[in-house]
Design a binder for this molecule. Sequence first.
Ligand SMILES: Cc1cc2nc3c(=O)[nH]c(=O)nc-3n(C[C@H](O)[C@H](O)[C@H](O)COP(=O)(O)OP(=O)(O)OC[C@H]3O[C@@H](n4cnc5c(N)ncnc54)[C@H](O)[C@@H]3O)c2cc1C
Length: 464
Amino acid sequence: MDNDTAGSGRERLVVIGGDAAGMSAASQARRLKDPGALEIVAFERGRFSSYSACGIPYWVGGDVPERDALVARTPEEHRARGIDLRTGTEVTEIDVARRRVRARDVDSGAESWTAYDKLVIATGARPVRPELPGMDAAGVHGVQTLDDGQALLDSLARTDGRRAVVVGAGYIGVEMAEALLKRGYEVTVVNRGGEPMATLDPDMGRLVHEAMTGLGITMVNDAEVSGLLTHEDGRVSAVVTEGARYPADVVVLGIGVRPQTSLAAAAGLPLGAHGGLLTDLAMRVRGHEDIWAGGDCVEVLDLVSGQERHIALGTHANKHGQVIGSNVGGDYATFPGVVGTAVSKVCDLEIARTGLREKDARRVGLRYETVTVESTNSAGYYPDAALMTVKMIAERRTGRLLGVQIVGREGAAKRVDVAAVALTARMTVEQMTALDLGYAPPFSPVWDPVLVAARKAAAKVRGS
Ligand SMILES: Cc1cc2nc3c(=O)[nH]c(=O)nc-3n(C[C@H](O)[C@H](O)[C@H](O)COP(=O)(O)OP(=O)(O)OC[C@H]3O[C@@H](n4cnc5c(N)ncnc54)[C@H](O)[C@@H]3O)c2cc1C
């Protein structure tokens, strides 16, 4: 086993994880420091680098024709830019005291140590896969990586059956339900919660439920999966819940993710209540001068509640990587936190949220008012004007905006960005009513739906 050292007077940056956070960090550090000053070695367990897992549902559904379209930068392209990216290589240990990592070649099993001056941990998240009978059967798929997406597509091609069951109704489950529907499957979504999209309040989740049912998706709520049944050949045949059985030719799991921090935990690095690494504002692991972490393996500060949360989103991972790369490269950058903005869709129904749900507000002891308004995405008289529902939550007395959820047709989802900016600026709903938002009949009514909600919320706060 080699004990490889940086040598020749230059520093060595070692990156664990070759996707959004890791390669953004590596690329930004490379932009700032040339190979003569900084050697960059990145380890990636899989075959791909800088890929968009976010695009998997659209690739599986056929909107994106091929897998390679989801790869922003291949390993060869990274190497050509002076990053020694070692794919098919898994880091199995971080030795903080001796500033080195142990890596194993996935194919040969050969192991070696690589010394670092600076270390970036960007190991992402691991999908939840409960230990239930039948979980490992053929035809049961996660969708975390491009290899997972390929395995699912191969599996769909191998079976003639057209019944798909999606377990989990978060945004990945909902997006995968659409993908399978588009491929001509009869889709059932089995959900533990009371309504799909638990990142929304149940009254808004109910709208998603109704829309999914309208699309021909069978939505089963309040259902805990107890196991999977298989055919004699070992392929999945049904998903079983207490009291029901849902026939399945293919099963897709979208039950959520947890930070992938076993390496970091074994190395004694600090983890938070949600299992993610804890960092400072510069994304430096707390208490460790030369170790940074970002992406799905860290916890982030929720600027609205003031608490740490784990939110696995590519939008954060890329920003974290940029911040880390800037700091490692000798510049200065910080990541102040998030307000919890997320958008998704199921067919033509757009779903958006930012800030706190009612239960989040209650959990942190905030008292609040809520309003829900229905409006249209364009002037009511404009052809094809379609409805959207906006729910707004504001703090009682102060009127500070706490959260917004939007469900509706075209143009609904990205309206949440106005609310995300207002939350970041800690605006009150009263202040929001004066926002100078664009208007022309094809784009919105004279009073944009977000402004209508803000007016109604401001009136309610005044009344409280
Ligand atoms: C189906 C799907 C849809 C999504 N849609 C959206 C969306 O619409 N919007 C959004 O913002 N986000 C979305 N996301 C989330 C987004 O993809 C992730 O937040 C983002 O990829 C996180 O980037 P990351 O670099 O932190 O982790 P990852 O992308 O998980 O990358 C971590 C990498 O580290 C590697 N690795 C882990 N451990 C080791 C080790 N010990 N040694 C070597 N390599 C290791 C892994 O193989 C992996 O390639 C989606 C995710 C999925 C799965």
